[in-house]
Ligand binder design. Structure first.
Ligand code: PGA
Length: 234
């Protein structure tokens, strides 16, 4: 499986100029990488950027209509986007997205022809209470309920406690979780790791933990660092 490295810029940077500069520096630096690289900037910057594969950070679950603030899969497809992140823990937390809403979003995005980066992961409390596997299984089963066309699904395993904390999940624990997830999805499904990925640890997730790619937040806002991460996965 070709590794997939995804940059999740979250709600950054704060101007079009900075977004274009960051994007262009990444584009120059990775040249013709042998792996798949996807950049997911905020919606408003998407039409300004070209030359690398683009993804959105979220999508609404209807095709169009009276849904103020919504952006549909059809609109993203029309912008020539290939990917969309669905179920990120920050959207689950701050936008109150449930497994059921995430399931509807995945269906709508797949129907629009988008590929999915479907995020799952346990919180620190769930991990401490030994509920990790139960949570991962519930998120996968509910998120993918009644979806048959699974070839465009990529899973991103992101332990919530590892996101943006500098406390990345150990290689051994990531390996165990990836092996557990592997049993619940199609054999050809790419399983990415995300959570405080840096260039010092990125290669190990691919080589030793069995990840088929990475979802990179904070470190993707620094072009040099992100380029190193991409190279480490080649
Ligand atoms: P991080 O974020 O790399 O800053 O931990 C990852 C993510 O939330 O996708």
């Amino acid at each position: 499986m070709k590794p997939l490295i995804v940059a999740n810029w979250k709600m950054n940077p704060t101007s079009r100029e900075e977004a274009k500069n960051l994007f262009n520096s990444i584009k120059e630096g990775i040249g013709s990488a042998k792996i798949e690289v996807v950049i997911c900037p905020p919606f408003v910057y998407l039409p300004l950027l070209s030359g690398l594969t683009l993804g959105a950070q979220n999508v609404f679950y209807k095709e169009g209509g009276a849904f103020t603030g919504g952006i549909s899969g059809a609109m993203l497809k029309d912008l020539r986007l290939e990917y969309v992140i669905v179920g990120h823990s920050e959207s689950r937390r701050y936008l109150k997205e449930t497994d059921e809403i995430i399931n509807q979003k995945i269906k709508e995005a797949l129907d629009s022809g988008l590929k999915i980066i479907f995020c799952i992961g346990e919180t620190a409390e769930e991990r401490d209470a030994d509920q990790k596997n139960e949570v991962l299984e519930r998120q996968i089963k509910k998120g993918l309920e009644n979806i048959e066309n699974l070839e465009n699904i990529n899973i991103a395993y992101e332990p919530v406690w590892a996101i943006g904390t500098g406390n990345n999940c150990s290689i051994e624990e990531t390996k165990e979780s990836i092996e557990f997830i592997r049993k619940l999805v199609r054999p050809d499904t790419r399983i990415l790791y995300g959570g405080s990925v840096k260039s010092e640890n990125s290669g190990e997730y691919i080589k030793d933990a069995g990840a088929n790619g990475l979802l990179v937040g904070g470190a993707s806002l620094n072009a040099e660092e992100f380029i190193k991460i991409v190279k480490s996965a080649e």
